[in-house]
Ligand binder design. Structure first.
Ligand code: MG
Length: 251
């Protein structure tokens, strides 16, 4: 009788887990009036539509300032070899100043959306390790440890974040070449792979789930790709069109 009850509860839990599909705004919600990719505004906009999470990219300057930007350069300046004073007066397309991670997290404190922090692969692995250390420390200082998830293309960076962040902090790998089984052995929370990689390896979705891992897919913008992710039971869908995806999920 007890076994039956346990089994029943497990089935209920599985049904709930399988049902939840969440929207993550890729580089924030930027494709909207007054916003820009990786801006403070894009984080506020993501939160304003109750997106589950908002993703942004982080680099560290040569003098140790954590900067939010996608490309390795901004305004012709390479962030990882620059000093912060070379970047601090640069503006984004929406008029905001190029944001630091400090400013992004300060803003995040006022909001509810999850902060999906992508640490960019740095040319110098020692600089990247220092970036990971500073990121984890800042997140702790801001009291955001239960609001953050880390993602990265860097294999070393993934291992560093896993080691430095508190036990249980979700860390996802982006690079696409490792199977869920290989990542499970490293204690990684799940795969966060491109739609192209996932279409080539749809079996990885069930494999990840059977290992207790989550599946996130990016950057899912077309209706066709959104439908594919929804039908395959992907847990998190990262998109530039969050409101269209929300409408689909609500149907
Ligand atoms: Mg990114």
């Amino acid at each position: 009788m007890i076994m039956r009850k346990v089994l029943f509860m497990a089935l209920i839990a599985m049904a709930f887990t399988a049902g939840a599909q969440e929207v993550i705004c890729h580089r924030g919600y930027w494709d909207i009036e007054g916003s820009a990719q990786n801006s403070i505004r894009s984080l506020v906009k993501a939160d304003s539509i109750s997106a589950w999470g908002s993703e942004f990219d982080v680099w560290m300057t040569a003098d140790g300032v954590l900067v939010v930007n996608h490309d390795e350069t901004y305004g012709g300046v390479t962030i990882e070899t620059a000093k912060w004073k070379q970047l601090k007066d640069m503006h984004l397309k929406n008029g905001e100043l190029l944001p630091t991670l400090d400013q992004m997290l300060e803003c995040g404190k006022q909001l509810k959306t999850k902060l999906i922090l992508e640490m960019k692969p740095h040319t110098s692995k020692s600089q990247e390790k220092e970036a990971a250390r500073k990121i984890v420390k800042m997140v702790k200082q801001k009291g955001l440890e239960d609001r953050i998830e880390y993602i990265t293309f860097s294999y070393a960076g993934m291992k560093n974040l896993k080691e430095m962040a508190p036990e249980g902090t979700p860390v996802y790998y982006l690079n696409g070449e490792l199977s869920p089984k290989q990542l499970a052995e490293l204690g990684v929370a799940g795969i966060d792979y491109s739609i192209g990689v996932m279409r080539d390896h749809p079996q990885w979705i069930d494999e990840a789930h059977s290992l207790g891992m989550k599946v996130n897919v990016w950057t899912v913008n077309s209706d066709r790709d959104m439908d594919w992710c929804i039908n395959y039971g992907v847990d998190f869908i990262t998109t530039n069109a969050p409101e269209r995806l929300q409408q689909k999920l609500a149907q």
